[in-house]
Design a protein around this ligand. Structure first.
Ligand SMILES: NC(=O)c1ccc[n+]([C@@H]2O[C@H](COP(=O)([O-])OP(=O)(O)OC[C@H]3O[C@@H](n4cnc5c(N)ncnc54)[C@H](OP(=O)(O)O)[C@@H]3O)[C@@H](O)[C@H]2O)c1
Length: 253
């Protein structure tokens, strides 16, 4: 899949006007999920936008209780109904747990893709060995969405994405705000006369195959995050961020 460097994470967005503003700012990749309980909000924002549906990449995720073989299709249809769309561009398996069984879940998701309810199938929060198993059941892994920010990232997942040529979609690139207090990030931000948020987004998107989906609510944050992908960090700055020892995984199993 060809995804822009910065898309919009929508977890916690309850106002369609934010989605509409994001599209107006230039966001073209919108990420929601059944568990965020806001597919209707995202759909309303899309419906109110001047930008045509064909220019948007809309992603949603099947929650762990919608991964049984007979639940995948009705679950997907319910998501589309809430979004007000005929199809999404990217349908993820949100987490490989609950009703997830690669032998039954993934063929059901493939069938949904073949029926035209999604253009692509993605995975989220998989381990490398689970990606290997999934590859046997899917036409392709179109994207893998994982936690990835200066305080938590997994080199093995980056390597898998680069080796197999799919985008790694980095979620929580700001660690939900925790990077704002990190001295190394603050120091590099001061060097570039910018913010810790911009440095974190620039660091995440500095890797081949990595795109990101920060969540933001105000026009100011939305615009700043889009622009952050243009900030170029030096190899030494990238290495300093890689060397940060503080580790904070926000969304463990
Ligand atoms: N697949 C999964 O299992 C999974 C799990 C978690 C998250 N995600 C996805 O990843 C997205 C983002 O992750 P996240 O929401 O956890 O956290 P995040 O994007 O790391 O951080 C969002 C927080 O940072 C603030 N912020 C955004 N831009 C800013 C800026 N330029 N300056 C200062 N503050 C800024 C936001 O405030 P305002 O809202 O006030 O702007 C919000 O409080 C989610 O919305 C979701 O789509 C996926």
């Amino acid at each position: 899949m060809d995804l822009p460097p910065v898309g919009l994470g929508t977890m916690g967005i309850e106002d369609a006007a934010v989605i509409n503003t994001a599209i107006d700012c230039g966001y073209r990749h919108l990420d929601t999920a059944q568990i965020y309980d806001n597919e209707g909000v995202v759909g309303a924002g899309i419906a109110a936008a001047d930008t045509g549906r064909a220019d948007l990449t809309v992603a949603t995720k099947l929650w762990v209780d919608a991964l049984g073989a007979s639940a995948v299709r009705p679950g997907t249809e319910a998501s589309l109904d809430r979004l007000g769309l005929d199809a999404v561009d990217l349908l993820y398996v949100h987490r490989p747990r609950g009703d997830y069984d690669p032998d039954t879940t993934l063929p059901a998701v493939e069938a949904v893709r073949e029926a035209g309810l999604t253009e692509h199938v993605g995975l989220s929060n998989f381990e490398p060995d689970q990606l290997t198993v999934a590859r046997d059941h899917l036409d392709e892994i179109a994207a893998h969405q994982v936690e990835f920010h200066p305080l938590y990232w997994r080199e093995s997942l980056l390597t898998d994405a680069q080796a197999h040529g799919y985008p790694l979609v980095a979620y929580s690139p700001l660690a939900g705000g925790r990077v704002f207090e990190e001295p190394t990030i603050i120091d590099i931000a001061e060097t570039h006369d910018t913010t810790p948020a911009a440095v974190s987004i620039a660091w995440v998107t500095s890797y081949d195959n990595v795109v990101t989906i920060p969540k933001a609510s105000s026009r100011g944050h939305l615009e700043a995050n889009l622009a952050a992908a243009d900030l170029e960090l030096t190899d030494a700055e990238i290495a300093r961020i890689e060397a940060i020892e503080r580790e904070e995984e926000l969304f463990p199993e």
